[in-house]
Structure formats: structure tokens, C-alpha cells
Design a protein around this ligand. Structure first.
Ligand code: G6P
Length: 608
């Protein structure tokens, strides 16, 4: 996820672009850049780091002259954060500059083709192919050129292009990535999101898929790819800028919960090609994978909970023993790790001090390391032997939701990849699993579409003092995350128990009306968990059951039931965690808690 802004009008462009980018920094903040046409050529200034670094370099934009320009704030996906990988990217001769938000999936193929024609690439980004292709195909008609380029591109994009040949216009287009157009008497704008331009105008057009827009100083024209003009109504924005940055949601947490279908799809789809799992950047060979006699997972917080799911999934699909440990414990207990151990470090931020130190300890002991990280170029990503990025985009709310879901998705990809490379699962079964994995985003969406059911249930329980979560196996791992979500943002005391363990003492905490959330999504364990549900109901508990659509029988026993769609057992955590996240969110919201900034907690913990 990145942020883009473009401006053409009567004012100097650079300060307008910087101001817009500042309001889009929530979409990415590892580097930023602007390109402005100064009447002779396109001047590009870009820099690694927060927008403030770029802003200081060009004195708030005063150093750059010109009234047409594009800007970008980056969240790295292809190529680490660096000055060179920052956008805008120029074509070979410097006549075209491009900013992009999205992922060009076939960029390697396109890059090779362009390189074979003698075109030199400066960056490691997928975006640079667009800049070179535009110049390569340009024969005087920018509309034709854009259509030609985009017909050859697979993936998602919101693009802004300026050129020396057409200095009085910005061309922009979108597919699967957001882009809006703003209009005013002083000029016209493109932006990834409304807040970028709210200082300048409240009149916007929302572009639809594959609409191409030409912005000039005095107007805006929108077309489809068949060159037919598209007539649109202007929308007048009347929200305040703060709400808009959250995309209209009240909190970043609910916005990020709602973004999960897209985040999971981004993480999974780019790694499945022709029915096979392709982990492009992994250097591990099938022989090395076979030689591992143990896998260790190390992480903290929610990443540790994702690792719990990972343990069950990896053991089931690879038949290798998997241990999981909290990074802060692992590093101080002389772990039994050898050169035949694969150590997987999981971290959203990639900067958590305990996880980094534990991973480096494993390395020192001779282990091969692989990290699952969201922030590109972070310390854990850089220092591990291999990294698989979760493509969740920036996560702002301190309580993680979409990054956790993407960590699960990467564990599925990794386990299936190991099974595929070591041929431990027969082809048909593997294909069925891969096909099922691709369906998770739409199943998650169908759960989100029923969020009001959870909101209603939360309205009945937001004043509770203690809430328990029970489940077995993968359901237990999800309960740990559900319980953490609830307690960290609502400050209600909560514990998660393996369902069979509750009766060993702690069932004494169940009193009349105590809420127990029971997760029972695994067919072979359903009856067992149901026995535990009956045990707590007998002691007066109120039970919310979370199960699959086919297990309607659970409704006979529980006070309230929430159904999630059917899937293969190993994928159920991706579905059953969603109602638990929503429950935590709505309870905290009804209690009036400061959801995005929990007390005493930080998003990235870089101390021991
Ligand atoms: C902090 C956050 C948690 C997070 C944990 C690990 O405690 O509050 O939400 O799960 O760190 O963070 P990481 O960035 O390593 O996933």
C-alpha cells in the first residue's frame, strides 16, 4: 500500500504535493518523492525515510519550481526502502515520470523483455517497468500508449504519469487500487484517498475500475479504455479530515479488520502461479528442507499466536516436529538448535527486540533462519537468511488484525510449499488445498458482512468483568488471539484455555452468567469441545459458540451462535478469528476505550 498525489493548476506544485502526502503517510512511510515539470524538464527528488526528510531537502517544496507534478509515499513491496527504489520513477530518457500504488504481478517478465531491448533499470521496483513501457510505446498519443501498456500489465495499479511531451496534463488510471480526482478553481488533483486534498477542495470524482483521467489546469476528462467519455457526478465531501484518513471508519482497528480480505488476497495470490506455490525470493532448496529435523517458531504477542497456528499446520502438512517459543524465553534458555533446525521468526514490525535477538541466537547456534515480516527492509527481514513478507500494508492500530491474518496466510503458503517441494502430499490433495486457500478472502468477507450480529452480542456483554475463551487444537490457538484482542483494548479480564484443561482447576472461576466463548470448528474434535461447553453451562456460564455453518446442532446448547463458512480444518483459524476480533473491537468501542492507542502498549517494542 502506498499513497499517491498529483496536482496541476495555478499554484506551485511541490508544496501542494508535500501537503497531500503528509495526509497519506498512514499508507506508507518508508520513503517519499516528487516529480515536477519546470517548463523544460522533469525534476525528481526522492528520499528514503519519512516524508519530513524529503520536505527538509526541498524546504517544504520551495526549492522546486513548476505547476504540474506527482508525488508518492511508499510502503515497500518490491525492493527494500531506498532512495533509488522510492517513487517517482523516470523512463530511460527522463521524459516520463510515474507514481504507482499496487503490485505489477508480471513485472519480471516485462522487465526481461525491456532489458532485452537495451533498456536499463535503476531500481528493484515493479513500477519502473511502467515508466519504461510508456516511453517505449509512446508514438505521440498518450491515450493509446496507456491502453497499450495496461493491456500488457497484470496486477493492481493506481498510476499517475506526467511527461515532457504533454506538459499541460497529468494522466491517471486505476485498477484494484484506489484513486480519486479532485477539482477546484485553482487546479485539479489525483490522490489515493480524500484527505490528501481536503485542504484544497471538497469536490471529488471517484474513479471506477479501468477509468483513465486527463487532468488539465482548467478541467478534467474521464474515459474508459475504449476511449468513450465517462460522465460522472461530483461528490461533495463533508466529513472532517481526521475521519477521512480512517477511510470513514471510526478507528484504524475496524478499518484494518475490514481490509483483511484484500490483505490476505494480496499475500496469497501473488504466490500462487499455475496452481503451484511459488516463493520467488526463498533460497531454500528441496534438499535443504528435507534435511531439517526440526522447525522452531519464535515470536512475541499476536505473532506468537499466529505461530501457534503455524505449528499445527506445519506439523500436519510436513510431518516434521515443530516447537514454538516466546522469543523472550527462547533467547535465555540454551535452546536445542543445530544446523538441521529451521528457525522461523514472526514479526509484524520486524523490529521487536526479543524476536530479533532470539533469531540471532538461533543463527549463532547454526540454525537456518526464515522470517515472516510485514515491514520491508526491517531488521528481522534483513538479518534472516530468507524472508516471506506479509503483504498487509501499513498497520496503524496498535492491536494487530490484518497483519495477524496475513501471518496465518504465510504459514499456509509455507507449509504447502514445503509439502509441494518434498512431495509429501499427493498432487490432487495439494491442488484442493491451494484452491481452498484462494477462497479464504471471500469467506472472510462473508463474515465481515455479518458484523452487526457480533456488534449486537457485544452490546449485551461490554460490561462483563471476566470473559473466557475455550477451544481445542487450532481453535485453542485462535482463542489465545481472541482473548488477547479483547483484553488489550477493552481492559476486561480474559483468559483462553485449551477446552480440555479448564476442568483442571480453573473451572471454579465460572459463575452464574460468566461469558465463555467456545470455538469449535474442527470436525474430529467437535464432540469433545461440546462436552466442555456443557460442563461450563452446567456451572451457569453464558456461551457464545463459534462454529461452521454445518454444525447447527451447537445452537441447541449455546446461548448465542455465530457461524463461519466451511473450509478445510487447517484454514479455519483465518475464519474463526474474525468474529473474535470484531467482538473485542465492539466491546472496547462500547466501553469508550481509546482503541487505536491502548494504554501502556506500543506497536513496535524495541526494548527487552
Ligand atoms: C507488541 C504489540 C503486539 C505485537 C507484539 C509483537 O507487544 O503490542 O500487538 O503482537 O508487539 O510485535 P511484532 O511487530 O514483532 O509482530
Amino acid at each position: 500500500m502506498c499513497g499517491i498525489v498529483g496536482y496541476i493548476g495555478n499554484e506551485q506544485a511541490a508544496p501542494v504535493l508535500l501537503d497531500g502526502l503528509a495526509r497519506l503517510e498512514y499508507r506508507g512511510y518508508d520513503s517519499a518523492g516528487v516529480a515536477v515539470y519546470d517548463g523544460k524538464e522533469i525534476e525528481v527528488v526522492k528520499s528514503k525515510g519519512k516524508l519530513a526528510v524529503l520536505s527538509d531537502m526541498i524546504h517544504g517544496g520551495k526549492d522546486i519550481k513548476g505547476t504540474v507534478g506527482i508525488g508518492h509515499t511508499r510502503w515497500a513491496t518490491h525492493g527494500a526502502p531506498s532512495d533509488t527504489n522510492a517513487h517517482p520513477h523516470l523512463s530511460q530518457s527522463g521524459r516520463f515520470a510515474v507514481v504507482h500504488n499496487g503490485i505489477i504481478e508480471n513485472y519480471l517478465e516485462l522487465k526481461q523483455r525491456l532489458m532485452s531491448k537495451g533498456i536499463e533499470f535503476l531500481s528493484e521496483t515493479d513500477t519502473e517497468v511502467i515508466a519504461h513501457m510508456v516511453e517505449y510505446y509512446y508514438k505521440g498519443d498518450i491515450f493509446d500508449t496507456m491502453v497499450k501498456v495496461l493491456n500488457r500489465v497484470e496486477g493492481s495499479y493506481a498510476l499517475g504519469v506526467i511527461s515532457v511531451d504533454n506538459p499541460d496534463e497529468i494522466v491517471a488510471v486505476r485498477k484494484d487500487s484506489p484513486l480519486i480526482v479532485g477539482t477546484s478553481e485553482n487546479g485539479n488533483f489525483i490522490a489515493s484517498d480524500v484527505p490528501a486534498i481536503l485542504n484544497k477542495t471538497r469536490d471529488v470524482y471517484y474513479l471506477e475500475e479501468k477509468e483513465i483521467v486527463f487532468l488539465r489546469r482548467d478541467g478534467v476528462e474521464i474515459y474508459n479504455f475504449d476511449r468513450e467519455p465517462v460522465k460522472k457526478d461530483l461528490t461533495h465531501i463533508d466529513w472532517d479530515a481526521d475521519a477521512a484518513e480512517k477511510g470513514g471508519y471510526e478507528h484504524f482497528m475496524i478499518k484494518e479488520i475490514m481490509e483483511q480480505p484484500k490483505a490476505i488476497a494480496n499475500t496469497v495470490e501473488s504466490r500462487i502461479k499455475n496452481g503451484r506455490i511459488v516463493l520467488d525470493n526463498i533460497t531454500l532448496t528441496a534438499e535443504q528442507i528435507k534435511s531439517f529435523d526440526k522447525i522452531y517458531i519464535i515470536a512475541c504477542g499476536s505473532a506468537y499466536h499466529a505461530g501457534m497456528v503455524g505449528k499445527y499446520v506445519l506439523e500436519q502438512l510436513t510431518r516434521k516436529p515443530v516447537e514454538i517459543d516466546l522469543a523472550s524465553e527462547f533467547r535465555y534458555r540454551s535452546p536445542i538448535v543445530t544446523d538441521k533446525t529451521l528457525v522461523i521468526a514472526v514479526s509484524q514490525s520486524g523490529e521487536t527486540a526479543d524476536t530479533l535477538a532470539a533469531m540471532n541466537e538461533a543463527k549463532r547456534l547454526g540454525a537456518r533462519t526464515l522470517s515472516i515480516v510485514n515491514v520491508v527492509g526491517s531488521a528481522i527481514a534483513k538479518q534472516s537468511d530468507d524472508v516471506i513478507y506479509t503483504l498487509a500494508g501499513p498497520e496503524i492500530a496498535v492491536a494487530t488484525t490484518k497483519a495477524y491474518s496475513c501471518q496465518l496466510a504465510v504459514f499456509y503458503l509455507l507449509a504447502l510449499y514445503i509439502a509441494q517441494e518434498t512431495k509429501i502430499i499427493d498432487c490432487d490433495k495439494l491442488n484442493d488445498m491451494i484452491n481452498e486457500l484462494l477462497l479464504i478472502p471471500e469467506k472472510v468477507q462473508s463474515i465481515l458482512d455479518k458484523k452487526e450480529d457480533i456488534q449486537y452480542f457485544a452490546s449485551r456483554h461490554f460490561a462483563d468483568k471476566d470473559i473466557f475463551f475455550i477451544g481445542r487444537n487450532l481453535d485453542y490457538a485462535v482463542c489465545l488471539e481472541g482473548s488477547l484482542k479483547l483484553k488489550e483494548i477493552s481492559y476486561i479480564h480474559s483468559e483462553a484455555y485449551a477446552a480440555g484443561e479448564l476442568k483442571h482447576g480453573t473451572i471454579s472461576l465460572i459463575e452464574d452468567g460468566t461469558l465463555v466463548v467456545a470455538v469449535a470448528t474442527i470436525d474430529r474434535l467437535f464432540e469433545k469441545t461440546m462436552s466442555n461447553v456443557v460442563e461450563v453451562i452446567t456451572r451457569g456460564a453464558t456461551v457464545l459458540g463459534v462454529t461452521k455453518e454445518t454444525k447447527t446442532i451447537m445452537a441447541d446448547t449455546c446461548n448465542f451462535i455465530f457461524y463461519v463458512p466451511e473450509s478445510i480444518d487447517i484454514f479455519m483459524p483465518s475464519l474463526s478469528v474474525i468474529p473474535l476480533q470484531l467482538f473485542g473491537y465492539y466491546v472496547a468501542s462500547m466501553k469508550g476505550c481509546d482503541i487505536d492507542k491502548k494504554r501502556n502498549l506500543a506497536k513496535s517494542v524495541t526494548v527487552e
